[in-house]
Design a protein around this ligand. Structure first.
Ligand SMILES: C[S@@+](CC[C@H](N)C(=O)[O-])C[C@H]1O[C@@H](n2cnc3c(N)ncnc32)[C@H](O)[C@@H]1O
Length: 381
């Protein structure tokens, strides 16, 4: 990005805003196609909330599962869902327009996106919890001004629980505005359901292949740790999380028949010493939940307590140069949560270095849009 780019971008802005420009473009060969695709892309941004709510209706009514069993007519769906055929038609036409369902002889079948959502664990669960996010975003400017309790802060029951004062600009709503509910099970279930794509993307990396004992810090109900144990047969595991989450991890380890290779430990990673007998510690989708000052406390305690363990950080990371939908989604999400930030790789490196990590390298992710990874050591490998 330099002065030349800025000048060209200004010129483009003026051109695109001018009605005469549209007339000229649409009169050129290929111009109509370009103008139409730009118009559709702009409409998608304008109407995005309708698409998301169409998907919310499909998920809430279990429509995708019904279509997975075979094509269904509008009338058949209407009778089963206790809706009018007209209401079902509105939902299904919208879903068809976005590739969620497909027209079949005499009815509806799964579309490419609908099949992918059913096939990839976690997306439907993510969609189902979005009514909290949607409520918080109903007045986006009010959310930006902050000061009001939010549903997402209440959903993630650990928000506002760290004693570390908020230090950065991560969120407009302060933790004190949260309404902590008591139940960690809903977010733990959601995290476990959406874990498969994370684990699949990163577990092939060398630090996991070499490790003997892994501590998955903030490991939730143990889904990542269980995937690591299944992938690496010589590995043993400790899942460390808040006391109210540990029973969920213990039950999952037992259900998976892996409790002989694993245990679960109750911990507060802001308050307790983080001295682990492990050669690898993982923080999976943990750091982005917390403001910089809190992350500095956590990483400092880890570097001090477990200087010989390699640390793997796995979470979505911001791409300022080539932003994707994630770069739009997560910053709003963390603002609604009242804490946390989607960080760039460089921002994470800066926090790690400040905490005492010297040797930091990116790891390969099979799905870098959804999740990226790095390994950090206090001493060279
Ligand atoms: C976004 S979830 C990620 C869970 C899991 N690592 C995953 O990716 O599925 C964050 C986890 O951090 C845990 N956590 C939050 N604050 C904590 C604290 N102070 N001490 C220990 N764990 C904490 C939560 O209970 C939760 O399981």
């Amino acid at each position: 990005m330099g002065a030349l780019y800025d000048r060209v971008a200004r010129l483009r802005d003026r051109l695109v805003m001018a009605p005469a420009f549209h007339r000229i473009v649409t009169s050129l060969p290929f111009g109509k196609t370009i103008a139409a695709s730009q118009a559709e892309a702009t409409f998608d941004v304008v109407a995005g909330f309708v698409y998301a709510q169409t998907l919310a209706a499909l998920v809430s009514l279990g429509v995708l599962e019904r279509l997975a069993g075979g094509p269904r007519s509008t009338e058949n769906l209407a009778a089963e869902l206790d809706l009018t055929p007209r209401a079902v038609e509105v939902m299904m036409r919208a879903a068809h327009a976005k590739g969620l369902v497909d027209r079949r002889t005499g009815g509806w079948g799964l579309g490419m996106k609908g099949a992918a959502i059913l096939g990839q664990g976690g997306i439907a669960e993510m969609v189902a919890h979005h009514h909290h996010f949607y409520a918080d975003l109903a007045d986006p400017v009010a959310l930006m001004r902050g000061g009001k309790p939010t549903e997402l802060a209440a959903y993630w029951t650990y928000t506002g629980q760290s004693d570390v004062p908020a230090s950065d600009d991560g969120a407009a709503t302060g933790p004190e505005s949260a309404m902590p509910a008591a139940d960690a099970a809903p977010y733990s279930r959601l995290m476990a359901a959406s874990q498969a794509f994370v684990a699949d993307a990163v577990l092939h990396n060398r630090p996991f292949r070499r490790a003997r004992h892994l501590v998955d810090l903030g490991g939730g109900a143990g889904a990542f740790g269980i995937a690591a144990l299944k992938c690496h047969k010589n590995l043993t595991l400790t899942v460390a999380d808040r006391p109210d989450v540990v029973p969920l991890a213990e039950a999952a380890l037992t259900d998976a028949g892996l409790d002989h290779r694993a245990d679960a430990q109750a911990i507060d990673f802001f308050e307790d010493g983080l001295a682990f007998r492990a050669d690898l510690v993982s923080l999976v989708r943990v750091l982005h939940d917390h403001d910089d000052a809190a992350v500095a406390v956590l990483l400092g305690a880890l570097a001090h307590g477990s200087p010989d363990a390699a640390l793997v950080v796995i979470e979505p990371m911001a791409d300022l140069a080539r932003p994707t939908g994630m770069d739009a989604y997560f910053p709003w999400y963390f603002m609604a949560m009242g804490q946390g930030r989607l960080r760039t790789y460089d921002e994470l490196c800066a926090l790690l270095k400040a905490a005492g990590y010297t040797d930091i390298r990116p790891l390969k992710s099979k799905n870098p849009v959804l999740v990226r990874a790095l390994v950090a050591r206090c001493k060279p490998d």
